[in-house]
Design a protein around this ligand. Structure first.
Ligand SMILES: NC(=O)c1ccc[n+]([C@@H]2O[C@H](COP(=O)([O-])OP(=O)(O)OC[C@H]3O[C@@H](n4cnc5c(N)ncnc54)[C@H](O)[C@@H]3O)[C@@H](O)[C@H]2O)c1
Ligand SMILES: O=C(O)C(=O)C[C@]1(C(=O)O)C=C[C@@H](O)C=C1
Length: 368
């Protein structure tokens, strides 16, 4: 397609969508607007947008597709503006917000004026913010939740999916209330729990400084998302208030259960508690992005010395095996580390395992 796509909010998600759209529709024009001039400049410099707009009105008037990729509170305010603007007759407006109930209430006002708003939420992301973190394939294999209202023409939904096809996400149409319950459980609660674990560690570190040195492995894994944007999460929690209050109450009950199991020294109960959780977690579908991003990870036990990463990536480069990510989990302070190398395909991972075995004595494992 060769229309005009207007992106409002040039951050991680807006930027990634811009790149994904351009990949499939190289002849379209991508126009960007952000409250921060710096982000617009960066977006232009990085080739994420073709042109900038100086205001929402300027970018919106001749747009065929408008994507609002701002924090959800801002999204509501921007949607109100659209009711007053002389937009193109067939324009499709969508958003990327992590909540849908309040957004779709606002959409009703637009629908009454004959403007098509289709709610959207790509279910992948990162704790990093800003256009510099944007990637064209951020949403590859991830679910992309779509919440049209009851009056939305099906062709318009198809048209939106066509625009977004370059993201390689899997579209799923659901209702706003279902959306907010599901994301409450698998996204919003984990962010609250991650932040609360960090607060607990922070408190303990005030009396024992070893906490920060020992905070590795499991703690780092489960609290990565506590590094996400505070403004974004403040707004999400306020938007999904009813659902989260209920889930937090359930969570308190859950913690009370654990307290009583420990207090009563109920060994069997505790075993079952972890066993049930492990069973459910182990059976989650792998190799698809989503709440639990799945990669083809290879774990390599390596000595902790400078240069070990380049040594191993050097072996892989010799065999032309491309990697998507690499990181070290430091669980055994000062002695060893575990290098986690992620690949795009299982085949690459198997080739890498063979390659590392051929060039070195390092132990590799697929599951950790
Ligand atoms: N980060 C994730 O993992 C993730 C995943 C899926 C969906 N989302 C949703 O995507 C949206 C954006 O998140 P992000 O991670 O890209 O954040 P971000 O901070 O990287 O980008 C948001 C951008 O919006 C701009 N902005 C804020 N208010 C604005 C306004 N009134 N007008 C124009 N620009 C404005 C900011 O300057 C910033 O550049 C949020 O609604 C979030 O809920 C985030
Ligand atoms: O991977 C991460 O850092 C994310 O937190 C991504 C994540 C999630 O909770 O899964 C965060 C918020 C979005 O609305 C969708 C995806």
């Amino acid at each position: 397609m060769n229309g005009r796509v207007f992106i409002i909010g040039l951050g991680l998600i807006g930027g990634s969508l811009a790149l994904g759209i351009k990949a499939k529709h190289p002849h379209c024009s991508i126009i960007g607007y952000d409250v921060s001039d710096q982000n617009v400049k960066l977006g232009k410099m990085l080739g994420v947008i073709d042109e900038k707009a100086d205001s929402i009105m300027e970018g919106a008037l001749d747009a065929d597709l408008i994507i609002i990729s701002t924090p959800v509170k801002e999204t509501e305010i921007i949607m109100e503006m659209f009711g007053e603007l002389p937009l193109k007759k067939d324009v499709i407006i969508t958003d990327v917000g992590s909540t849908k109930g309040r957004i779709m209430e606002k959409a009703e006002l637009l629908s009454q004026k004959g403007i098509t708003f289709i709610g959207g939420h790509p279910m992948a992301g990162s704790h990093k913010s800003g256009v510099t973190a944007a990637k064209s394939l951020l949403f590859e294999n991830a679910f992309y939740l779509i919440t049209p209202d009851n009056f939305t023409d099906e062709d318009k939904v198809k048209c939106l999916m066509n625009w977004l096809g370059g993201t390689k996400a899997k579209f799923l149409v659901i209702t706003p209330s279902e959306h907010d319950l599901l994301t409450g459980v698998i996204s919003h609660m984990p962010h609250i729990v991650a932040a609360s674990l960090v607060h607990q560690a922070d408190q303990t570190s005030k009396t024992n400084e070893l906490v920060t040195r020992l905070a590795a492995g499991g703690f780092r894994d489960i609290t990565r998302i506590a590094s996400s944007s505070p403004a974004m999460w403040r707004d999400i929690l306020l938007h999904n208030k009813e659902v989260l209050l209920k889930l937090l109450k359930d969570w308190q009950d859950e913690m009370n259960l654990v307290i009583s199991l420990i207090d009563e020294e109920n060994a069997e109960g505790l075993f079952t508690y972890f066993e049930d959780a492990k069973k459910f977690r182990d059976e989650l579908p792998k190799n698809q992005k989503g709440a639990i991003p799945a990669f083809y990870d290879l774990y390599v036990d390596v000595p902790d010395y400078p240069g070990v990463i380049s040594e191993i990536t050097g072996y892989l480069a010799k065999e032309a095996i491309s990697i998507t990510n690499i990181r070290i989990i430091e669980t055994r302070e000062d002695i060893n580390g575990i290098l986690v190398i992620s690949f795009q395909t299982d085949e690459d991972r198997m080739r890498a395992q063979k390659c590392i075995a051929a060039y070195s004595n390092y132990d590799t494992t697929i599951e950790k």
